[in-house]
Design a protein around this ligand. Structure first.
Ligand SMILES: NC(=O)c1ccc[n+]([C@@H]2O[C@H](COP(=O)([O-])OP(=O)(O)OC[C@H]3O[C@@H](n4cnc5c(N)ncnc54)[C@H](O)[C@@H]3O)[C@@H](O)[C@H]2O)c1
Length: 319
């Protein structure tokens, strides 16, 4: 796996291309929107500079290096020409993804592995039958150059050797592939995040606490233990008999998931759609690139600390 094509150069695509480039692969990147494809270069360069400054990418990696490792292409045909591995990172609509998979079936090399970055949509029924043998989901988290988890889900009938090859390549790049037996919308981490999302919208809409207060509860309460113990190891430290009593007492039942939040609707109506818009739940004045850089700098520091500390749970357990 050394010739990689990334289709879609938006939030995820440009960043996944950067990860594979840093992993020593030759990457071709495309997007149906020429402006997005052009913008990808600056975004990759900014992320690379943050990684180099934080010691997470080789110090000798320059923009010139990047330009050599990731080339941008206007057409799908040119992008997938000779590709061994194809990453699909386009918009999440069944129509767009189905059309792309059909087009790929016509133009991509027969043995190319096709990996979708889909979040919630089951793409396997959209992939032509004869491509299923070399199809899978590799689902990344943002920013992919710092978050190590990659969910890996085989298409029904996927060749195990293809899965092994992809997982081996991910591991070589320092990633943590998590193979799931079948597709479930949201996989594991995003399902848990969705449960947290539903709960915080409920607390906010009910006026129990402000956005900043809820974030403080997460940062100073929940978050400290998570990187080390996650949830099941924490349960073992809490004591399972207590967990059982808490469940039996039924002290708190989470609310049913909401389809709408009054607070969220009001913010979006005001154009407060997040960091890129300069405001969301919080005000974010200043250059978004700098804000993303500031976030990434802190994530790098946290990752470094986590590597030193080690976890007491899961795949990396080193107690
Ligand atoms: N944003 C996230 O945090 C995140 C995380 C994990 C997975 N995902 C998934 O990754 C995929 C991409 O998400 P994103 O956030 O990068 O979206 P995005 O909107 O930022 O980028 C998608 C890009 O695809 C391009 N595109 C659309 N149709 C195309 C086609 N036929 N050929 C080439 N390019 C095409 C668009 O122009 C756009 O630039 C989605 O399936 C999404 O659910 C997103």
């Amino acid at each position: 796996m050394s010739r990689i094509a990334v289709i879609g150069a938006g939030t995820m695509g440009h960043a996944i291309a950067l990860v594979y480039a840093l992993g020593g692969h030759q990457v071709r990147l495309t997007d149906s929107n020429p402006d997005t494809l052009a913008r990808a270069q600056g975004l990759m360069e900014a992320a690379l500079a943050t990684l180099v400054a934080g010691g997470e990418a080789p110090a000798d990696w320059t923009s010139a290096h990047l330009a050599q490792a990731v080339t941008r292409h206007a057409t799908l045909e040119e992008t997938v020409d000779g590709a061994e591995f194809i990453v699909e990172a386009i918009i999440e609509t069944p129509e767009a993804k189905r059309a792309l998979f059909e087009q790929l079936d016509r133009v991509a090399p027969a043995e190319a592995i096709i990996a979708s970055n889909t979040s919630q949509l089951d793409v396997f029924p959209l992939i032509p039958e004869r491509r299923q043998r070399r199809a899978m989901i590799t689902h990344w988290y943002t920013p992919p150059y710092l978050v190590d988890l990659v969910d890996v889900i085989p298409a029904p009938g996927c060749d195990p050797a293809a899965l092994d090859a992809v997982e081996a390549a991910l591991k070589t790049m320092g990633k943590q592939p998590l193979r799931l037996s079948k597709f479930v919308p949201g996989y594991v981490a995003n399902r848990i995040q969705a449960a947290i999302g539903a709960e915080v919208q409920h607390l906010l809409d009910e006026g129990v606490a402000s956005a900043a207060e809820i974030d403080a509860a997460i940062i100073h309460g929940l978050a400290l233990r998570l990187p080390i113990l996650a949830v099941f190891a924490k349960a073992d430290f809490t004591g399972l008999a207590l967990m059982q009593s808490v469940m039996r007492n039924g002290g708190y039942t989470p609310p049913p998931p909401r389809r709408q939040s009054a607070t969220l609707d009001a913010l979006v109506a005001q154009g407060r759609t997040g960091v890129l818009a300069g405001a969301g739940y919080y005000d974010w004045p200043g250059d978004p690139e700098k804000l993303f850089g500031a976030r990434d700098k802190r994530l790098i520091a946290l990752k470094r600390a986590m590597r030193q500390i080690g976890t007491m749970a899961g795949l990396e357990r080193d107690a």
